[in-house]
Every structure is written in C-alpha cells, then in structure tokens.
Design a protein around this ligand. Structure first.
Ligand code: GCU
Length: 374
C-alpha cells in the first residue's frame, strides 16, 4: 500500500471513531457526515437550492451542424432578495435521435471562444460535433453568468442575489466554486424538463477550476450520473496531504473567493483538515467518475489525482461495485477503467483536448449508456 494512503482520514469511520459496518450506513449516514464536513470546512453552504421563482425559457431553436443537430438557446431566470439573475445556456441535440438522449454538460470558464455556440470556431476544448456524432446532447454554460471569477466581496452574481448583505459573512458561507456548482444544478433542472434528454444519463464535465466545480456539484447533486474532472488538481481530485505543486495556502491566497473562509484555517495545515479529496470522490459513488491528468501539469500533480481515485475505491466496494479496480498508475495515453471509474494521463500541458473528450466519450459509451440508474 502506498504510504500516503495511510495518512488519510478514514472514509469508513464515523466522526466518533466507529467503523461503518455496511452499505446501509452510507446513505443516509456517513455520506451525509462527509458532505457536511466539505460544506463546513472547504466549499461552504449554498443558501438556496432550486429557487421557487426559477423559470426556464427557450429563445431559439435552429438547425446546425449541417442538419445533424438542433441548437436550442435557453435561459434560466431566478429571483433572490438581491434581485434577478439569468443563466443562459446552449444545448445541441442530435437530430436523428428517436428516443431521449444522454447528455454532456460542460461548465466553461474559458470564454465563449473555446465553446462557440455558433460553431464559427471549433475547438478541442468543446468538440460539440464529436459529442453529437456519438449520440449525446452537448450543453454548455459560462461560469461568469452565474458568478464572476474575481474577489468582488461577494456582491455580484448569485452571491449578490441570495446572500444576506446585512450580516457578517459566515465562515462556512459558499464561495465562487459553490456558486458555479449551484449553476450546474440549475442546468440539470432545465435538462430534466426537456423531453429530448435522458436526464438519468447526464455527465458533467469541467476542466481545472471547473473540474473542482464538477466534483463538488456531483457530490451534492446525485442526479448527475457521471462526473468528469479534468486536470482539477488542488481542492479538486488531487489529495491534499503530501501534494506537490499547488497547495491549500497557494490556492487560498491567489483565489480568496473560491472557497469558504473556514478553508483558510488549513493554509499549510493539510494534516489538520478533517477531510481529504478522496472523500469528495467517494461522495460520487456509486455513480460514474472519470478523472484525467496531463503529464506536464505538475501544478495539479497527476500522481495525487490518481491516488485519490484509488483511495475512493473502498466506498465503491462498500456499495457493491468496483471503482477503478487497480492501484497501478497507467502509462501516458493509456486510458484505464474499472466498473464505475476511469482515468487517463494525457501527454502534454494543462488543457482540455479532443483526446480527453474521446476518452470521456469511450467511457460513457461503455458505462453511461447502461448506467446503474436503470
Ligand atoms: C490556477 C489555479 C488552479 C486552477 C487553474 C485553472 O492555476 O492555481 O487551482 O485549477 O488556475 O483553473 O486553470
């Protein structure tokens, strides 16, 4: 056993030290305890789930991709004490589908240029044509439409709408990653309402800061059948204890708005954190989970991303499934998968590429189409 695994908080021991005896104790049970620890110490608590005022509007339906897909432009509106918000998103649905199709949702933090809804520019970051060709719907939303990626004192975006302006901010109040995860759940609400979509087979994908977001969204919202975390690194897939590259202190100093204020107490004190990131991955069990790394991405630390997936395995097993099924890190460009989890290490830089998507799609073809939800 890798020595780093011995240092981790025990997934299967209750906070009072007793062992989790069987799958019956997982959910409701130990799973809720772990989820609450992440809310309290890391990502913060969202003050609202689906707002009662939420409305969905379809603006336009257009034939695209040489008639192979229909593009829908939609928006979700909601009201909070601080005013009204609007989250636009785009959805391509394969035209030849005769029944509801599974979908891939990309959370995008890199601007519409890399995920162009008009397809004037086609990039590997969001190969919507490839996704559609394989029979999936492809949806995308922009993070800045939910919450700006800057430290604005939580005045703008959904924080400005739903946080109480009068009180001091609580140590466990949600940060920006929590807000983006909330946005992903609202898009899920919208997909559930669309008869063209098989909402029991929706995969949520994020790269880097939104890879962290995809994991947090999937941990909280069990409607997502598959989560893909690409190069998510620190406070994403990667274990914090013993991590190389970016550490908790770096991330909290450079991005003070991403997490709950409480998380700053763990700057340089990873060992005192009551959770580690394998526990976040385990919150996705028994659903499908794909983690991907890149050889040049030392800041994210591929070895710590892989080991985290290995360390989540006991929960998949507790629930009667195989996770990744191995603790041997594969060679670059050799994707591996077990019954419910997949992993690859791509040669190259911190990025989301067509190769990564081909691996996600191959995993989904094998696992999501016959998912555990049926
Ligand atoms: C920075 C940050 C990472 C993050 C990355 C990104 O490098 O330190 O934690 O994942 O930005 O979002 O691309």
């Amino acid at each position: 056993m890798n020595d780093r695994l011995r240092e981790l908080p025990n997934l299967l021991a209750w906070e009072n030290g007793e062992q989790v005896a069987s799958s019956v104790d997982w959910s409701p049970g130990r799973r809720d305890e772990i989820l609450d620890l992440f809310r309290e110490h890391v990502y913060g608590r969202a003050p609202v789930e689906r707002p009662a005022s939420m409305r969905l509007r379809t603006h336009e339906t257009t034939d695209m991709m040489n008639g192979r897909a229909v593009r829908k432009t939609l928006s979700i509106t909601y009201e909070g004490p601080g005013g009204q918000g609007e989250l636009p998103f785009v959805l391509f649905v394969p035209k030849e589908a005769t029944k509801p199709v599974p979908a891939f949702v990309l959370i995008n933090n890199r601007g519409t240029g890399l995920a162009d809804p008009d397809r004037q520019r086609v990039e590997g970051f969001w190969p919507a044509e490839l996704i559609v060709e394989k029979g999936y719907a492809a949806a995308v939303f922009q993070v800045e439409d939910v919450d700006p990626d800057e430290h604005d004192g939580f005045r703008n975006g959904v924080h400005g709408l739903f946080d109480s302006p009068d009180e001091d901010r609580a140590g466990d109040a949600w940060g920006t990653i929590g807000a983006w995860a909330w946005g992903a759940s609202r898009v899920m609400d919208a997909l559930e309402a669309d008869p063209a979509i098989d909402a029991k087979r929706v995969a949520l994908v994020g790269h880097s800061r939104v890879g962290k977001t995809a994991l947090w969204a999937g941990a909280q919202d069990e409607r997502f059948a598959m989560i893909v975390s690409n190069n998510s690194g620190c406070t994403g897939a990667a274990l914090s204890r013993g991590k190389k590259g970016e550490q908790i202190e770096h991330i909290n100093k450079q991005f003070p708005h991403w997490f709950a204020d409480n998380y700053k107490q763990y700057n340089g004190r990873e060992a005192e954190l009551p959770v580690d990131q394998h526990m976040l991955l385990a919150l996705i069990a028994p659903r499908l989970l794909y983690v991907s790394s890149a050889t040049e991405d030392a800041w994210a630390d591929p070895a710590s991303e892989f080991l985290s997936l290995v360390a989540a395995e006991p929960v998949y097993q507790l629930l009667g499934h195989e996770g990744l099924g191995t603790d041997v890190m594969p060679e670059p460009d050799v994707p591996i998968s077990g019954e419910t989890c997949g992993y690859h290490l791509r040669t190259g830089d911190h990025d989301l590429t067509t190769y990564d998507w081909q691996c996600f799609l191959a995993f989904a073809d094998a696992r999501l189409r016959n998912s555990l939800n049926e």
